[in-house]
Design a protein around this ligand. Structure first.
Ligand code: XBP
Ligand code: MG
Length: 254
């Protein structure tokens, strides 16, 4: 096992409620009479990328206005306001990392296993979310980062994973990806990366065929999670566990 690759939204932290609140705050600030509730946003999350999500919604909700030449300028402006609101919500430790994330990243660093980020989110969101929990030099802790600025084509396309694999110079089968959604799982699997899924309330209804494991979270010594290997006792996802599960994947027994 050569590297761990983490999705961000829903995986490193349960961020989508903060994104939803930021979208609605942006609509109010710019004077759009739109309001996305949880049920609608859960459906809209099928479209990866906030700008792509806005364009999709506009075509569905307001078609006659959605064909103007300036729509992309308007979407860029609304999305910039949304990103400001999101950073205000999650910055300065406003949103904790999910269970086991900081522990596993630290374990990987201690074992000289590179960790990377493969996300469709805006780079500014990463700094707002990760500076407090992972330190002001959090970028130095990741050997590779692919995000909405480095990679145009969004999940479920494999592009962000292919970019990260290229930066790391490793084989896909020798990595493990961590995702929260079917879109993310499809992206990682299309790149050939074995994938552990830790769904959130926004994605728990989705199907995760071909996942190495589907877990409530990565667990901690005081918060064990079930094992995907028959007969194994519950535990938490640490490097020893990952290496064992990874061997089972290579042997076709997990
Ligand atoms: C999830 C996404 C992002 C966020 C919103 O990204 O699809 O679009 O919902 O962030 P991930 P932006 O790949 O990390 O799960 O508005 O910046 O796109
Ligand atoms: Mg995600």
């Amino acid at each position: 096992m050569e590297a761990l690759i983490f999705d961000v939204d829903g995986t490193l932290a349960d961020t989508e409620s903060a994104h939803l609140q930021a979208f609605n705050a942006a609509f109010a600030e710019v004077g759009l009479d739109w309001y996305w509730d949880e049920a609608l946003y859960t459906r809209l999350l099928k479209v990866a990328g906030g700008k792509e999500r806005l364009l999709h919604y506009w075509h569905v909700a307001d078609l006659e206005c959605a064909d103007g030449a300036c729509i992309h300028d308007v979407i860029d402006a609304v999305h910039a306001v949304k990103t400001r609101h999101y950073a205000a919500r999650v910055g300065d430790g406003g949103l904790p990392l999910r269970p086991g994330i900081a522990r596993l990243i630290a374990e990987a660093e201690a074992a000289c296993i590179p960790v990377a980020i493969a996300t469709t989110t805006t780079p500014a969101n990463l700094d707002a979310l990760l500076r407090a929990p992972l330190g002001r030099d959090w970028r130095m802790r990741f050997a590779a980062i692919a995000d909405a600025d480095t990679t145009q084509v969004k999940k479920p396309a494999p592009d962000v994973y292919l970019d990260v694999l290229r930066q790391l110079g490793v084989q896909a089968a020798n990595c493990i990806a961590f995702e929260d959604s079917a879109n993310g799982l499809h992206a990682a699997r299309a790149a050939g990366v074995p994938t552990i899924v830790t769904p959130t309330a926004y994605t728990a209804h989705e199907t995760f065929e071909d996942a190495l494991a589907v877990l409530p979270h990565l667990g901690d010594p005081h918060a064990p999670v079930p094992s995907p290997v028959a007969g194994e006792a519950p535990g938490w996802v640490d490097l020893v566990t990952l290496r064992r599960w990874h061997r089972h994947t290579l042997a076709g027994t997990a």
